[in-house]
Write a protein that binds this ligand. Structure first.
Ligand code: SAM
Ligand code: SF4
Length: 317
């Protein structure tokens, strides 16, 4: 479905849970989140109905996210059923990979074609610092399992944090020479739970180009990242700049949260609830949400803070 500004809305990010086995400092409070009641969350049945409704309006690509989608007990069933919804052509998942080793192949068999894995440091101590509790060794095993499971694409996502991992840009980029994977650097966004960071932590993606002068531009793939490649590399390096160079004019996405809210824009407070609605009413509510999708991030406040009103784990990053 085309919105008021001519953008064809074809992509929905579906958060299947707000819960997570890590506590990344830019995403979640240390004590975790206030757990909502079971009956406030979408059931598997409602999630699939919402996906059917979205597909009827032209959604073609889904990304399963969270929270951490792999802590959800019925994740394989959700993926299998989502991939079979008529109109859905691509099913992707974003995960921290900690629980991926036994799940990588079953997810591939359930119809997931692409997997994005978050990895902010190659140093075990720093990995534990940023995730507050994660073990790098487990994430590395998850990445290995993803590479072996035959996904069409494996991508690593690194949130760029000044004074924390900008010194690791060359080592992280080197992974694209050693393995058949893409790496994307993402600017840290000022969300509800990223208040711990000093202004120096928010660095623009152009720092990557300064640190890696040998990067050569490659043709865009239709996504939001500007793409580059190291000489001799097997995969691309993408730069995603939601803060320094927003991509709102070309945004084709909406988000469905685990409690059934449609967010037409990540940074806007605008919300439409699908919880408890029948299929036809979900279609109507989705239509309203798409028609209210704002044009660009005039939705950020004067200090560039998001007006999302929810943290990333509650929205589905
Ligand atoms: N748990 C999964 C994971 O970490 O990959 C999926 C959910 S997580 C919310 C999705 C993505 O959002 C991750 O790549 C994470 O790094 C990113 N993210 C979370 N908070 C962010 C922030 N404040 N700025 C930029 N990226 C953020
Ligand atoms: Fe969990 Fe992903 Fe948020 Fe980290 S970024 S706390 S892994 S949901």
């Amino acid at each position: 479905m085309v919105d008021r500004f001519g953008r064809d809305i074809t992509y929905m990010r579906v958060s299947v849970t707000e819960l997570c086995n890590l506590r990344c400092r830019y995403c979640m409070p240390e004590d975790g989140i206030f757990k909502k009641r079971h009956d406030q969350m979408l059931t598997e049945e409602e999630m699939i109905t919402a996906i059917r409704a979205a597909a009827s309006l032209g959604i073609r690509k889904l990304r399963i996210t969270g929270g951490e989608p792999l802590v959800k007990k019925n994740i394989l069933s959700i993926c299998r059923r989502a991939s079979q919804v008529p109109g859905i052509r691509e099913l992707c998942i974003t995960t921290n990979a900690i629980l991926l080793p036994p799940l990588a192949r079953p997810l591939r068999e359930a119809g997931v074609s692409r997997v994005n894995i978050s990895l902010d440091s190659l140093d075990a101590r720093k990995f534990r610092t940023i995730t507050r509790c994660g073990e790098l060794r487990q994430a590395a095993e998850g990445i290995r399992a993803a590479l072996e499971a035959g996904f069409e694409k494996v991508k690593l996502n690194t949130v760029l944090i000044g004074g924390f991992n900008d010194d690791e840009i060359p080592d992280l980029a080197e992974l694209t020479r050693r393995y058949p994977l893409d790496l994307r650097f993402i600017e840290l966004m000022p969300m509800v739970d990223s208040g711990d960071f000093s202004p120096e932590a928010f660095i623009p993606c152009k720092v990557v180009l300064e640190k890696l002068p040998e990067l050569r531009p490659v043709s865009p793939d239709g996504g939001v990242a500007r793409l580059y490649r190291l000489p001799g590399a097997q995969g691309n390096i993408g730069l995603i700049s939601p803060v320094s160079a927003h991509f709102c004019a070309a945004c084709s996405r909406i988000r469905l949260t685990a409690d059934g809210i449609i967010k037409p824009c990540l940074h806007s407070g605008e919300e439409y609830s699908l919880k408890g609605l029948a299929y036809e009413d979900m279609v109507e509510e989705l239509r309203r949400a798409i028609l209210c999708k704002p044009l660009w991030r005039g939705v950020l406040d004067a200090e560039n803070h998001s007006r999302a009103g929810r943290s990333m784990n509650q929205i589905g990053g």
